[in-house]
Design a binder for this molecule. Sequence first.
Ligand SMILES: Nc1nc2c(ncn2[C@@H]2O[C@H](COP(=O)(O)OP(=O)(O)OP(=O)(O)O)[C@@H](O)[C@H]2O)c(=O)[nH]1
Length: 468
Amino acid sequence: MSTPNQKNIEIALAGESGQQAVSPVLLAEIFQSYEEAVVVADVNRRIVYVNSAVENLFGYNKEDLYGKETKVLYAEERDYAEQGNKRFNVDSRKGPENYRIVYRRADGREFLGKTTGAVMRNMDDQVSGFMGVIRPARSAEQSLDALQKVNTITANVKLSHEEKLDALLRVGLNHFGLEIGIVSHIEDSKYTVDSCVDYNEQLEPLTVFDLSGTYCVHTLTEGKPVGFHYVRESEIKDHPCYQNFQLESYIGCPIMFDDKVYGTLNFSSPSPVEPFNKDDYILIELLADTVSYLLFKKLAEEEMAALARIDELTGLPNRRATWERLTENIEQASRTGLPLSVLSIDIDHFKNINDTWGHAGGDLALVAFARVANQVGRKVDFCGRIGGEEFVFVLPGADKAAAQEFGNRLRERLADVQVEVADKEPIRLTLSAGIAKLEPGDTIESLLARADDAMYQAKEQGRDRVCL
Ligand SMILES: Nc1nc2c(ncn2[C@@H]2O[C@H](COP(=O)(O)OP(=O)(O)OP(=O)(O)O)[C@@H](O)[C@H]2O)c(=O)[nH]1
């Protein structure tokens, strides 16, 4: 008796000559009772036959699949294309091969499948179709696959910190078959979503919850990975997280940072899942360690970047940072139309200070100037060290008169300072400053050049003064 699929298989298996290598009816009968999922496709990679195991594994009815490209079974379109290039094309001479592919079920869940695939040829040696036999990988193999992905993600220099976290969360979601992945930051009872992937697109980063309203409270109490696969059937069914969000499944692990709890890595879903096993707990611990490493790396990079912008001696913004901030201020002033003035400042007779009090004394004098500069400026003002004893003060919102008043106040405050040096008279400092106000068409260079000119005037006129 012929099955409804027989015609399709005949077409797929028969070459143009119509000669068949093996009876399609026999194939269908064998595969029907086969425990592993068998997919047969024609030369265009369209599905012509699936057995019952495919229906179970992928959650489709056979009829839904016939005529569709095998792409429908793949989680990643890229994998489908790659398989086409490698194996499932008419030029392929390779025999059966074993490989691993992430597949997607009808309900969207993904799984790793060990696959044996081959090109089928008829008696005339023409490609008559493709066949794949698929077995879901066992948990340990899936964990290994997830770990390989984690490795690839962390090693990828092209990904930003945020992209890496996003990719790691997706690895966890795929592995555990859950829908919401979160990196949380927890301080006291405040639970803040640092990063998240929510397949239902409801959760946003920076959302804040009370820790007691999340399952993570259990994770932190235990201090190790904790999982609930079916909350309704568990002892925590009265938990506020279940009452409020009906999350049936959860697996979470503390993220440790500098020997303290930073927060948690957790995955959850409104649907129950298979019970979590030992490998799952090992995997989430490794994922949490990876997140912790990424957080540490980001912090270290931020510190390095900040250090590269700070003058080591005075703690003021260095030349590079001064340029960056002044560029921002100029852009802002051009946008708002508010005035912006700068002071070019040079400490007077500094060579003499070095000669008299030594280089170390000169350094102390520079530090003393920086302290005064920080005290005199408003929050929006900033002073940068752009050379040895040369500084630039940037005053957003100040016109020339306000800048002059400010310069004189700075001069007077500096005059009050005595820099104590062991066994010597204290150092007293004066400064010469020149003011320039931002004009339309100014660049940093033209603005600072005018301020420098005014500063040289102040030097020429006898120092310890502010010139316009
Ligand atoms: N102690 C110390 N001295 C520095 C530093 N950077 C530059 N200098 C010195 O600052 C002095 C600057 O001197 P000059 O540019 O000749 O000018 P000046 O002596 O300040 O004289 P006027 O600017 O004309 O008032 C030089 O002797 C530099 O060696 C530093 O980081 N520490």
